[in-house]
Ligand binder design. Structure first.
Ligand SMILES: [Zn+2]
Length: 64
């Protein structure tokens, strides 16, 4: 089954038997969001940098 998810992710046929997921901005940013959230929640000696990274991750996720 193929098609586009509500969020914008979709699956493409790159070869006859090979599929590739093209992620929407939100899901493309998931690693950055995860790391940022973890640092903010657990605390880090460098909160300024952690907040900066969270801001960048959010900007990446919110690209239209
Ligand atoms: Zn998505």
């Amino acid at each position: 089954m193929f098609g586009e998810e509500k969020c914008g992710c979709y699956v493409v046929h790159v070869e006859l038997d090979e599929l590739e997921i093209v992620y929407c901005p939100k899901h493309k940013a998931i690693d950055d969001l995860y790391e940022a959230l973890k640092a903010l929640y657990n605390g880090t000696p460098d909160m300024f940098n952690a907040k900066l990274k969270a801001k960048q991750a959010l900007a990446k996720a919110e690209v239209k």
